[in-house]
Design a protein around this ligand. Structure first.
Ligand SMILES: [Zn+2]
Ligand SMILES: [Zn+2]
Length: 266
């Protein structure tokens, strides 16, 4: 049976069907319990690559410095810090995050439906996942800051980086890396989204985390286009002040709960 068709044959809502059909042919990979954490690590490293290039460029082309975030070092970080951070992250993923996430995945029932989500459904599910993850993270982040033993055990490692660079998004303790994986997977499970929407959510989630820590306020960064998103200037203030701006992406929880920081009011 020929199950392929051209885009013009597809109903308006199923433009994603060819993408989904392509992915479904790799079922054993999609259903692998090792996929979520490995995918998160690979996506993170891939998304960091342009910022590594920008940091290298910044050492020989000062024009790059004008995009550095106010309050952070004007000189991009050196390659040695990138390398040390990469080794730390890789070791933590290999020794803890990948095996522990695979173990947790055993308790999750995964299905691969034949039909792809419509573009509207995928967009709606991605937005819901992002909002839910942002909410989970906001309250978890406040708790780890306010309970001293949790701060020491979970979050202190991430705050060793006063001056952030893209790779720092995952420079955290094993417990925190694992908790972030669980929060992201739980957000998708609570929304009950299509596996393809979940893949897009994890990709966007990873990109936003990288942008948050990149150290640059680039004109094309997503926070300049997406309403309510704080971006790198918002999260950099959290790293510099050790308080406020607890949400990872959106500003509404910090504004509602009185933890919102701006450069002017700090
Ligand atoms: Zn923090
Ligand atoms: Zn951070």
């Amino acid at each position: 049976m020929n199950n392929t068709c051209g885009l013009s044959d597809l109903p308006d809502g199923h433009l994603l069907q060819p993408v989904w059909d392509h992915l479904r042919r790799r079922q054993e990979l999609l259903l692998s319990p090792y996929l979520p954490a490995s995918f998160a690590l690979l996506a993170h490293l891939l998304f960091c690559a342009p910022f590594l290039a920008l940091d290298v460029l910044g050492h020989c082309w000062p024009a790059v410095h004008r995009f550095r975030i106010a309050g952070s070092s004007t000189i991009p970080v050196c390659l040695r810090r990138w390398f040390d951070c990469f080794v730390r992250i890789l070791l933590k993923y290999l020794t803890c995050v990948i095996p522990a996430t695979a173990l947790l995945q055993q308790f999750r029932t995964r299905r691969l439906p034949a039909v792809a989500p419509s573009c509207c459904q995928a967009l709606w599910e991605i937005i819901l996942c992002l909002l839910l993850f942002d909410t989970f993270f906001y309250f978890w982040h406040i708790i780890v800051h306010r309970v001293p033993w949790l701060y020491q055990w979970v979050h202190r490692t991430h705050h060793y980086n006063w001056d952030t660079f893209a790779l720092v998004a995952q420079d955290a303790s094993r417990t925190e890396l694992l908790s972030l994986q669980i929060l992201a997977l739980s957000s998708a499970a609570v929304v009950g989204c299509h596996p393809l929407s979940e893949i897009f959510f994890h990709l966007l989630n990873t990109w936003l985390a990288v942008e948050d820590h990149c150290g640059y306020d680039l004109p094309w960064a997503l926070h300049h286009f997406l309403p309510g998103v704080g971006g790198a200037p918002f999260h950099q203030l959290h790293h510099q002040k050790f308080r406020g701006n607890y949400a990872p992406y959106f500003k509404h929880w910090d504004q509602l709960c009185g933890t919102y920081l701006t450069e002017e009011v700090t």
